[in-house]
Design a protein around this ligand. Structure first.
Ligand code: HEM
Length: 236
């Protein structure tokens, strides 16, 4: 485990921001998330101070605020476990998952001024149908291509993304809270490097011209077994 490594690209930076504990609270109903958070903070009391709090929501058919369906290429079925959970390579922490989070704020007006074709080339998918566009073979690559990590043996390494849109239109705030769970921290790190530094270098992910990373942190979500052991250790 190591802290989030900030990435300084020629044009955009992925900053590292502080945080020791991360609670990802999910439910279909917002009141349940609210209540859980309230009870949790009551329990933690003055032992914690809040670094950030973001309430996300499901936007139409799982779209981000830029209008694209987000999460389509997530692993499914058995692939979820093999992409997200530490395995026998690290027995002590097996069943846990590395969590990378980043809070992005979107520049909505410049984005809206792009043509639909340009928006689709940036993301790498069609906006309405969500069908993938072919990968560019050279030059500027789409977000989807830059975020695809293929190992030396040709294996594609996935992560599980649970990005959530958030915002306050009255405050001009529109964002995406990126949450990525991975078995190997290097995979998410590599995605970020390809997005911010570019591939080829200098050709960064154009999504970043319309989305600014304001936070960045790494956490480890221990396996339920490890959490139980921690609780037992405290109770003894
Ligand atoms: C402003 C923040 C972001 C937005 C709005 C966004 C949006 C999207 C959208 C619309 C897609 C295409 C549909 C899909 O497969 O989900 C996508 C794909 C993807 N994104 Fe992002 N994304 C963001 C940040 C990131 C970051 C920071 C990472 C990784 C560190 C990432 C990793 C991926 C991956 C792995 C894919 C799938 C690529 C494939 O087709 O295999 N995204 N994203």
């Amino acid at each position: 485990m190591r802290p989030f490594t900030p990435i300084e690209g020629a044009t955009h930076t992925a900053p590292a921001t502080p945080g020791d504990l991360f609670f990802h609270i999910r439910a279909e109903r917002e009141d349940l998330c609210f209540e859980f958070e309230r009870l949790l903070l009551d329990q933690l009391g003055s032992s914690v101070t809040l670094a950030d709090e973001v309430a996300g929501f499901r936007y139409f058919d799982s779209r981000d605020l830029l209008g694209f369906v987000d999460g389509t290429a997530n692993p499914t079925g058995h692939d979820i476990g093999s992409s997200t959970l530490v395995g026998s390579e690290d027995q002590e922490f097996a069943g846990g998952s590395y969590v990378v989070v980043q809070k992005y704020l979107h520049q909505m007006q410049p984005w809206a001024q792009l043509s639909k074709d340009e928006q689709e080339r940036i993301i790498g998918r069609e906006i309405v149908s969500n069908v993938e566009l072919p990968d560019a073979t050279s030059g500027q690559k789409s977000h989807k291509t830059l975020a695809t990590i293929v190992g030396d043996d040709g294996t594609e390494h996935d992560i599980l993304r649970d990005n959530m849109p958030f915002g306050r239109p009255g405050h001009g705030e529109y964002g995406t809270y990126f949450i990525g769970y991975s078995r190997y921290l290097w995979v998410t790190q590599k995605m970020l490097e390809r997005m911010f530094l570019g591939d080829p270098p200098g050709m960064h992910d154009r999504l970043l011209d319309f989305s600014t990373a304001r936070t960045g942190a790494v956490f480890f979500a221990p396996a339920p077994r490890t959490l139980s052991e921690l609780v037992q250790a405290v109770q003894v």
